[in-house]
Design a protein around this ligand. Structure first.
Ligand code: HEM
Length: 215
């Protein structure tokens, strides 16, 4: 099967959605671990960022790969949304046997768009910026502004909703689905998503509330 045929087949779409979802989740876990350096002070956070940047050509290579995975995920998400809207027999995430629709499943395309908008603002804030300034100062200068802190907190709540359903869908796509365990899988997905988002949420909260944070 060529890549084009895989993308067009419903099974291929499910697999690619699951694989791209796993890759993006892994990125988020690694990004969360890296960002948790902020809790150890500006020196630790800047040292971590410098170590990352010292990886040279691997950094743009990784960024290109990540961009490709994001684009694939968005493309597949849109395709599945349109298919579901046309009420075709092939449905993703919403099969009755797998427990019906939830706020997470219903809002997937919309939370996806919010995350996309968040990412554009986020990259303008922290990536496409003046890197002669230490990264701790860049993060602090943005997140100590209440409007940005609120924006980050709201976007991170949306990220939690999106990935909680993403994790659950992943189990369905991998065939991990049994009436006996579905409730546990659902609450496990929600718990993992909330725990991951909480790490990120603590950063704007601490920057806003603790004067010495990232100083
Ligand atoms: C409070 C929460 C967050 C903080 C403080 C934070 C911090 C940062 C920083 C400092 C960078 C710039 C790295 C650099 O260019 O040196 C960055 C890049 C990035 N962040 Fe975040 N981030 C947060 C949440 C998120 C979330 C929730 C996502 C995804 C939904 C995300 C996705 C990205 C991406 C894709 C990049 C670019 C990666 C790269 O250039 O290699 N971030 N983030």
């Amino acid at each position: 099967m060529t890549l084009g045929q895989t993308v067009r087949s419903s099974v291929g779409q499910k697999i690619l959605m699951a694989v791209s979802g796993i890759m993006l989740s892994l990125f988020l876990v690694v990004h969360g671990i890296g960002n948790s350096m902020t809790f150890f002070g500006s020196k630790a956070f800047n040292a971590y960022a410098e170590k990352l940047h010292s990886l040279g050509f691997l950094v743009p290579l990784f960024e290109l790969g990540l961009l490709a995975v994001f684009l694939l995920h968005i493309f597949l998400g849109l395709t599945l949304f349109l298919q579901n809207n046309q009420a075709r027999p092939v449905r993703y995430q919403m099969e009755k046997s797998s427990g019906g629709r939830t706020p997470g499943s219903r809002t997937m395309p919309y939370t996806g768009v919010v995350i996309l908008i968040f990412l554009v603002v986020h990259l303008l804030n922290f990536h496409f910026t003046d890197h002669s300034i230490p990264i701790s100062d860049i993060v602090r200068n943005v997140l100590r502004q209440p409007i940005y802190a609120l924006f980050y907190l709201s976007a991170l709540a949306v990220v939690a909703l999106h990935i909680s359903h993403g994790f659950w869908s992943l189990f369905q796509s991998l065939g991990i689905n049994h009436p006996k365990y579905n409730a546990t899988l659902r609450s496990g997905s929600l718990g993992a998503a909330l725990a991951l988002s909480a790490v990120f949420m603590l950063i704007p909260l601490c920057t806003l509330l603790i004067k010495e944070f990232l100083r």
